[in-house]
Design a protein around this ligand. Structure first.
Ligand SMILES: Nc1ncnc2c1ncn2[C@@H]1O[C@H](COP(=O)(O)OP(=O)(O)OP(=O)(O)O)[C@@H](O)[C@H]1O
Ligand SMILES: [Mg+2]
Length: 397
């Protein structure tokens, strides 16, 4: 689809650059829009006075703290103008300076079509933000996916529930936080390439505000946002429980749904996350070790008086061959099964394709099951398109 068609062709973009290669390279993705080129800041200021401009893009020569301050002069002419800086090496000091000055985003070079689409999206976002500011601040719902057993299907559940929520509500209002700090793989499952991660939030905890948090998120093509896990296991140590907790508090204020994927333990960070969750999806695989671990975890949660009404038991990889008695499982865990997800080879296939099964194979049985899981946490006031013929749910066919 032509970009012009998606965002309207009536936008005026100001490229601030004296580098012809940058101008030509960027202009390629602006078909259908009006493009102004300013060679320097004073040239750009003049344009802003003379023309209506919807977005300004600064080239990599502004990618230093002094450059950022220099580019900030544009906001003196038009304080509402979305300004985006393109940088060669995304450095936190430059990012911080840019946010302080009031830029809307910092994007790593080279500009390509998806990045330009995201920049053009800022024009609409800015208009929307004005409306949102007037709306009552809403506190988002925190949904945590947990399982004390590795490989139970937490990440698959988190990615599918997150994307399904995004598909049912406004995609921009849903965030997935990957709190599996050592081996988080939400980014792989969603095939996104994060520049910043939760490590940057932890390193900048004192300065962490909503604008900085927003710029640390990675956007999935659907619009869904992701706060990615550290890119290497060794960096997990830098992410304190306090920074996880602060990030959740902030994301709750910014989004309607915060979906959190966790590590397969019941350690301090996971317990702190659970304490701050509205819903906990306990994913249990159809084998005895999984059931045993779930029981031990529930015993611990009982000891700390965790409110059990928040816990929703989700069986994964359900198939008739497992020969595990559901009634017995429910009695042993003292919890009712609230949803069950079939075992299906489409799941690993979708994982390898980098697209969750609810969007890659939406008509499959397993996608329907995952939609049923998502429905456990959707507010009553949102009415998703329900799948037909699921009134009387049977776990085994
Ligand atoms: N319903 C299912 N049917 C078939 N395969 C599944 C299903 N659910 C999960 N899997 C597969 O099981 C593997 C583990 O799933 P996943 O990564 O979601 O588990 P996890 O609980 O996040 O693991 P970890 O504890 O290591 O983070 C994946 O390769 C996934 O494709
Ligand atoms: Mg996982």
């Amino acid at each position: 689809m032509a970009l012009g068609a998606e965002h309207g062709s009536d936008k005026a973009i100001l490229l601030v650059s004296s580098d012809d290669k940058f101008v030509d390279g960027t202009r390629r993705f602006l078909n259908g829009h009006k493009v102004f080129v300013a060679r320097n800041v004073s040239d750009a200021q003049r344009r802003l006075v003379e023309e209506t401009v919807h977005l300004a893009v600064l080239d990599t020569s502004f990618g230093t703290e002094t450059g950022v301050a220099d580019g900030g002069q544009l906001l003196k002419v038009d304080p509402e103008l979305p300004v985006v800086l393109v940088v060669d090496n995304p450095e936190m000091s430059v990012l911080r300076a840019a946010l302080r000055v009031g830029y809307k985003d910092v994007v790593d070079a080279p500009v390509d079509r998806p990045k330009m689409e995201a920049m053009l999206g800022l024009i609409d976002e800015e208009a929307q933000r004005v409306v949102l500011k007037e709306a009552k601040t809403q506190i988002g719902r925190v949904v945590t996916i947990m399982s004390p057993k590795g490989g139970a299907g937490k990440t698959v559940t988190a990615a599918n529930v997150g994307l399904q929520l995004a598909m049912w509500s406004e995609p921009e209002r849903v965030v997935i936080m990957d709190a599996d700090l050592q081996f988080g793989d939400i980014s792989i499952v969603l095939q996104i390439d994060p520049v910043y991660t939760i490590v940057d939030a932890a390193r900048d905890l004192d300065d962490l505000d909503e604008d900085l948090m927003r710029s640390l998120l990675t956007t999935h093509p659907s619009g869904l946002k992701v706060l990615a896990a550290p890119l290497e296991p060794s960096l997990a140590d830098e992410v304190s429980t306090q920074s996880v907790v602060r990030s959740i508090a902030m994301l709750k204020r910014m989004f309607d749904y915060v979906v959190i994927d966790t590590a397969p333990f019941l350690d301090e960070p996971v317990l702190s996350i659970l304490e701050r969750s509205d819903d906990v999806l306990l994913v249990v695989d159809m084998d005895l070790p999984s059931v045993k671990n779930a029981k031990l975890a529930l015993d611990t949660l009982k000891l700390i008086k965790f409110p059990f009404e928040k816990i929703k038991l989700v069986l994964n990889r359900v198939n008739s061959k497992a020969r595990l008695d559901i009634g017995e499982l429910e009695r042993s865990l003292d919890l009712e099964v609230q949803a069950a997800v079939s075992s299906d080879k489409l799941v690993p296939r979708a994982v390898n394709e980098g697209e969750p099964v609810v969007s890659l194979y939406p008509r499959s049985r397993v996608a329907r099951d995952l939609r049923a899981v998502t429905r456990l946490i959707v507010d009553e006031n949102v009415t998703p398109n329900t799948d037909s013929g699921e009134g009387s749910r049977k776990w085994f066919r």
